[in-house]
Ligand binder design. Sequence first.
Ligand code: M6R
Length: 618
Amino acid sequence: MCGIVGYVGHQAAGPILLEGLQRLEYRGYDSSGIAVLDHDGALSVMKREGKLRDLQAAIERMPGGATGIGHTRWATHGQPSDRNAHPHASSSGDVIVVQNGIVENYRELKAELQERLDAEGRSWQSDTDTEVIPELISRELAAGKSFGDALASAIGRLRGANAIAAVHRGSPNRIYAARKGSAGGIVIGYGDGEMFVASDLPALLPHTTSVYHLEDGEIAAIDPESVTIRGQGGTQFQPEPTQVDLDPVAIARGPFRHFMLKEIHEQPRALSDTIRGRARLEPASALPDDLDLPTETLASIERVLVIGMGTSLHAAMIGRWWIEQIAGIPADFDNASEFRFRAPLLGPSTLVVAVTQSGETIDTLGAMNHVRDRWGAPQVVITNVDGSEATRQADTSIIIRCGPEVGVASTKTFVGSLAALYLLACRIGHAQGRLSTEALSKRLEQLLTAPSLLERGIGQAARCAQIAQLFGAASNFLVLGRGIEYPLAMEAALKCKEISYVHAEGYAAGEMKHGPIALLDQGFPVIALAPRGPLFDKMTSTIQQVRARRAPVIAVGDEGDAELAELVDHFIAVPPAPPLLTPFSLTPVVQLLAYQLALTRGLDIDQPRNLAKTVTVE
Ligand code: M6R
């Protein structure tokens, strides 16, 4: 949540900061701002409520300067407005800060600082928690500390996870960055006589692939030619940058109208990349090189718990199904934000699998922390971001290799996570001796057909557009699925809510009679996920019950299923898939339906209101 950028070097900082913010806008987009310092310490700050384009025009009139910081905001404290947009300044005006995170004790700190402000006849300039940070730094400076010491003392006073970038009028050729806890990370990019700072790699890639990820508790003083880190305990060192292997083209929208559409189309490739080298047929083995867990550990696991949030939670629900069916051991899923506030009983023979595309979701990290501190159970993370906080916390990671996902709605990382969960279920089943080598080989062969199932599902784009045209004005949808399709019904409803702003509920089809059926009438469309499989007959009974209430039914079923097509009002055909693989054939259709609904309604698909790509605050 919130994107931070910084630049120090020999070029005009404004355009570089703006371009970086454009690449981070998926992290928050209700307001933005930049601060630029010239060599003499003259400071200009420009901030605007609204999208970055609103800031862009204002920046063109800004004085130049080769040092600066910028921010794109997802509001936590104080509504979106020019006043609450970052950067925030100390009341003295010489310390400027941008922040990602929450200062949990800001009320206490504000109260403490209030007396001094009153005495000086000054007042707070915003409703944010952030503003206490420059004020605290400024007080420490006034007490005679160096900026580095003042920043360290101020950060020491903050409760909560925070990532910060700062500039000081007294040091016009330097920016500072600091990280405390898991607030979404800070990466420093090394250029030639210039340095860059960003919350995430996409903002750095056009400039450099040589980077250093700030660790928890570190503060960096960044000059055009060098970086000095002050570690926990005050030790100082110059970090060694590492090379990242990411193609800048991966973060370009190309010919697609939206990143979401591009990423839906990338799914067959993304899934192939996830399973490359991990689904070996001769001899059969799943995830041969990834899991840094002894085979004995995998063999002795008695239960698996899969956790996540949002779309990753839906992947976890499907993962639970596969672990039970393929590995043959007890499995559960849990919403990470609820899990640690119950009294879950795990024990060391439970394997915890955390699913998080970003690897930075605070609820999931909180649950992982709880598992480590309370139970010491082994943990695997399934994530798209190597080096993310979740990979540091877990015992071992499966990186899904989907490439950067820019659209706020998760799409390709959902199928990548699914593939990783399927492979994990195979690996556990084989290690436990419950899945013979022959059966493993069959399961893996089936998985290898998944990219083509996705491809053919994507082929239904035009049909999804027709259906969206017909139902573009509907205010509600019920999405029904059974068995392994139930989590997909929930995912379909989530996609409709988040990008189309349509009220949609995903339900287990069998649950419909127990209440939701009361909602149904001619104006309440029902989407039924109904591929042929063991529960098909039960699903068609539910469809009959819906039709008896005159609600229009849109069924997603197997190609050539004339009986189902006849039964419903509208039919979308997907390729027939083996029973455990229907998530791959159905996923593109549920994504495209939501996408097309949003398009029909003229909505901002890649940046839906109120959302941020990575949720780093509670
Ligand atoms: O990065 P994560 O997978 O941990 O993110 C979890 C959710 O915030 C995320 O899936 C969210 O629900 C997406 N907007 C769904 O499209």
